[in-house]
Design a protein around this ligand. Structure first.
Ligand SMILES: *Cc1c(COP(=O)(O)O)cnc(C)c1O
Length: 402
């Protein structure tokens, strides 16, 4: 069957399956709709519901603005919107993606501190009226093209030694810049700065970073009070929350405690920009074995997804990904374990997905499942070497325990 037909057929349909029925469902989709060369995703919407409950339990007073860059799958965005989430967009395109789903512009924060003028004009035209900034030039652009936009001052989070990709250099103002920039934005340009925003940099390992960042935000609020700026009301604590570790609860405790200590004012609105928190564990990537070479005691496999698709090494953090081989027919399962390497389909020799791992022996056409593949995966797809990794389709399931 043509991939495009499969796409249009599956997009909106939600398959109800029992909690332990995932493997069976994946086998049936592979059997009926996908030849080798046509990888696909399965999104379990029940996981998104469960994670929203988890969020509210740990952060009862923090409104999530899902960071669209992490995974812009429309069914995911629609589900999150239904569950009450708002959205963090960084570009014109992301704003349009969210609006095209019928979501109101007042549920979007334009959380990119440095925006192209065309994108600012677009935000103004469609009514996205909350954005972040961290420089005088950004103030000038916003004053000229979107003067009624409400602003959050993006401050630098304390250096996060544990972060995999610290964003410290690129974004955020330093404490000594609070006063001149707030003065410029509010008193010179006449814009409305209504709060403070930070983002601790990917994969924070140390929850106390959040407490320090919240203390810094307090200092910015104090500078605003001192400058006579109308009372700021929003604290945006950014993202980098991970649903699959106990660190999440620890971070939530630290944040809730710090907000209580530094912001006793009950009128403060606290928001966050979780990206990976929601999609990471909800998506399973299903690939096919398209080639195989046995070399002594080792086996090499080629599959139909690689680093120019969902496995972009700069974005993707492999430590939570689970690999499960699945023979196409249950009866042909092998139990012999070999040291194995899995390559992606392109001709780039760097295109390896997993090197020297232990796997049972697989045959051509067998499936390899990758769990926890929902974060920074399909959004990074390319057309490199002619392999279309932009339009890997997603099948929707709703697993239920009964
Ligand atoms: C990328 C990003 C996020 C989301 O980060 P996660 O680590 O996926 O939670 C949130 N806020 C900003 C400003 C970002 O750039």
């Amino acid at each position: 069957m043509l991939l495009s037909t499969a796409l249009s057929k599956t997009k909106s349909h939600v398959n109800q399956i029992p909690k332990d029925g995932m493997t069976k469902f994946i086998r049936s989709i592979a059997e009926e709709k996908h030849e080798a060369g046509q990888p696909f995703y399965v999104l379990d919407l029940a996981t998104i519901e469960r994670l929203m409950d988890k969020w509210h339990h740990s952060f009862p007073n923090v409104k999530p603005h899902y960071a669209v860059k992490c995974n812009a799958e429309p069914a995911l965005l629609t589900k999150l919107a239904k569950l009450g989430a708002n959205f963090d967009c960084a570009s014109l395109q992301e704003i349009d993606t969210v609006l095209s789903l019928g979501i109101c512009p007042n549920r979007i924060i334009f959380a990119n501190p440095c925006k192209a003028i065309s994108h600012i004009k677009h935000a103004a035209a469609v009514g996205v009226n909350l954005a972040t900034f961290d420089s005088e030039l950004e103030v000038d652009k916003i004053k000229k093209w979107h003067p009624h936009c409400r602003l959050l001052l993006r401050i630098k989070a304390p250096s996060d030694i544990g972060a995999l990709r610290p964003l410290g250099k690129k974004f955020g103002v330093l404490p000594r810049e609070f006063e001149p920039l707030l003065h410029y934005a509010c008193n010179v340009a006449g814009l409305k700065v209504v709060g403070v925003s930070f983002h601790v940099g990917s994969i924070a390992q140390d929850p106390t970073i959040y407490r320090e960042a919240i203390a810094n935000a307090r200092a910015a609020f104090d500078v605003a009070d001192y400058l006579g700026i109308p009372k700021m009301q929003i604290l945006n604590i950014g993202g980098v929350f991970r649903s699959s570790t106990p660190l999440f609860e620890e971070i939530a405790d630290v944040v809730n405690e710090a907000v209580k200590d530094y912001f006793p004012d009950p009128n403060l609105t606290v928001i966050a920009e979780p990206g990976r928190f929601f999609p990471e564990t909800a998506f399973t990537l299903v690939t096919h074995v398209i080639g195989k070479r046995v070399r002594g005691e080792k086996i090499e496999y080629w599959i139909d997804e690689g680093i120019y698709g969902s496995f972009r090494p700069t974005l993707y953090n492999s430590c939570f990904v689970g690999i499960k081989p699945l023979s196409r027919q249950k009866s042909k399962e092998s139990s012999q374990i070999y040291e194995s390497t899995i390559y992606g389909p392109s001709c780039d020799s760097l295109d390896a997905v997993a090197v020297d791992i232990k796997l049972v022996e697989l045959q051509m056409g067998d499936l390899i499942l990758f769990y926890n593949m929902g974060a920074y995966s399909k959004c990074a797809g390319t057309m490199f070497n002619g392999f279309d990794m932009l339009s890997v389709p997603t099948y929707l399931v709703q697993t239920n325990s009964s």
